[in-house]
Design a protein around this ligand. Sequence first.
Ligand code: IPD
Length: 256
Amino acid sequence: MTVMVQAVRKAGRSLIRDFGEVENLQVSLKGPANFVSNADRKAERILQDELTKARPSYGFIMEESGEVDGADESHRWIIDPLDGTTNFLHGIPLFCVSLALARDGVPVAGVIYNPVTDELFVAEKGAGAFMNDRRIRVAARRNLADAVVCCGLPHMGRGDFAQFGREYATIAPKVAGLRRTGTAALDLAWVAAGRFDAFWERGLSPWDMAAGIVLVREAGGYVSDLDGGDKMLAKGDIIVGNDTVRRDLLALVSKA
Ligand code: IPD
């Protein structure tokens, strides 16, 4: 955990420096509306260097540089150096660094760092979840009618617009509020911290979810894919919340 925290803080400092000069960044397109900049790449390099120094044998799954095998086949870092790239590049101060450690494919530790607010969310399997050293728990509200639910939106080049339209029409009238931030990792951290009651999204990558899965579970929450199973990383969809709210929201998503 010490190693992970040092690495994300260092990457976060690099992001803040680049955020201050966002208009000078070199930006390129990885696909339709899917951007990458030298800020993402620099932060990823910092994470990779720091983690390699501390644990030379571990492998990596990284958003920008792909997979790197390590001598130790059972441990891998899963890295999103800048989750919320589109926000970042538009000067919207809502983004984070997400780092997880997976053991035999299962995330067992997660750190999500918002360098703008200096909020550090950490969780290790069996040891609870914390924000800046304070214990956090998922919200206790049990009725969807009282819940603020966060989601992801399909956008240019990605997602099924008609399906989201049906989900919106089914869910929006039944909840107290529906939100979309543009950073799935932070959405998961905010569910762990009880700010959002629940979150669901399709079409995510392992680096968007891995750290957040540990955080939500360690904060007493429930996590599943949209079939109710635990293949979130393989399928790319996820739904989280306390036991009741996740179950009731999943029933609505499935019906839509
Ligand atoms: C994106 C964010 C966003 C989600 C997208 C992700 P990135 O990650 O998490 O909230 O809706 O699907 O790709 O590209 O900013 O690291």
